[in-house]
Design a binder for this molecule. Structure first.
Ligand SMILES: [Fe+2]
Length: 299
């Protein structure tokens, strides 16, 4: 008997039909119903960001390039202006502000709960035991024409747009033309977060024009690059989360990173992650055993 296809459904904040089976298989867009929340207005955000703990608000006032190291950029604040001056001059400068867990401010609680409820429902579709793990919200404010460098995420992501437009370029997960197997393993293992980039690579990514009221799913380890539109400040939120499956992939990628180094003198490379669920699960189990033996938590 042939398998029935996964039915499409919509849930909570997602206003379009979504196929839950496509989670982490390919990027896709949906409309969302979160527009109009006063917490996301620029004036309100300026006040909120100034009262949040400053170690949660990272920013740069330098225009970034697609090939820059995204994670290094935000390890320390990279600008010679104060946060207040950066916020008040967003329209005329080259600023990019990233806020980790803005929901610690009560003004973000309603939107945080709506996002968590909807994403949890999507992940648990057809299997109530499937949960989202370590969900975290990020807020991004960006000047016109600013660029978020090419990078991958060690988790699944939904991005929600509230103001301004973006062009988002997203690769398909496990596409080694976009991110090589060795680079993906090193990135997920925190060994090297500088991904090679050349402009031709953009042609291997799927292009999404992204505007207020839209949400975009970026699968686990899909290479992506964001370019803001020229006319306005961009305000967006993203939720990042893991699942049992992405945690298994993370462990398998950590295993492969070490195995690749060990096998290099023999000119042998480990089989790539993301092609065979049984093989990935075995590697993840070995990695977990190795970590336990060293007295460490899982990857
Ligand atoms: Fe990202």
């Amino acid at each position: 008997m042939s398998k029935l296809p996964h039915p499409l459904f919509w849930t909570g904040i997602f206003s379009d039909l979504i196929n839950p089976a496509q989670l982490n298989l390919r990027p896709f867009k949906s409309r969302h119903s979160l527009l109009g929340d006063p917490a996301l207005e620029l004036e309100t955000l300026t006040e909120t960001l100034l009262r949040l703990p400053q170690n949660q608000v990272r920013y740069t006032t330098r225009r970034l390039d697609a090939g820059d190291n995204f994670e290094d950029t935000f390890r320390k604040n990279n600008g010679n202006k104060s946060l207040e001056s950066t916020l008040r001059n967003m329209l005329s400068t080259d600023a990019l502000i990233m806020v980790n867990s803005p929901e610690i401010d009560p003004i973000f609680q309603p939107i945080y709960e709506q996002i968590m409820d909807s994403v949890s429902e999507l992940v648990a579709y057809r299997d109530a035991k499937r949960r989202i793990l370590m969900p975290t919200l990020y807020l991004f404010l960006a000047s016109p024409n600013s660029v978020t460098p090419f990078h991958i995420d060690r988790y699944s992501t939904f991005l929600f747009q509230f103001r301004g437009t973006k062009d988002v370029y997203v690769g398909h997960p496990w596409d080694s033309r976009v991110v090589s197997n060795a680079d993906c393993e090193a990135y997920v293992s925190y060994a090297n977060t500088q991904l090679p980039w050349c402009d031709e690579r953009q042609q291997q990514l799927e292009h999404f024009h992204f505007q207020p009221g839209e949400a975009l799913h970026i699968p686990f380890v899909s290479g992506h690059l964001v370019k803001n539109g020229p006319d306005d400040i961009s305000i967006s939120l993203s939720v990042i989360f893991n699942t049992e499956q992405t945690m298994m992939w993370r462990r398998a990628l950590n295993f492969n990173h070490r195995a690749r180094r060990a096998l290099k003198p023999l000119r042998v490379a480990p089989a790539p992650v993301g092609r065979n669920a049984l093989r990935d699960a075995s590697k993840a189990k070995l990695w977990r055993t190795f970590q336990s033996a060293r007295g460490m938590e899982g990857a």
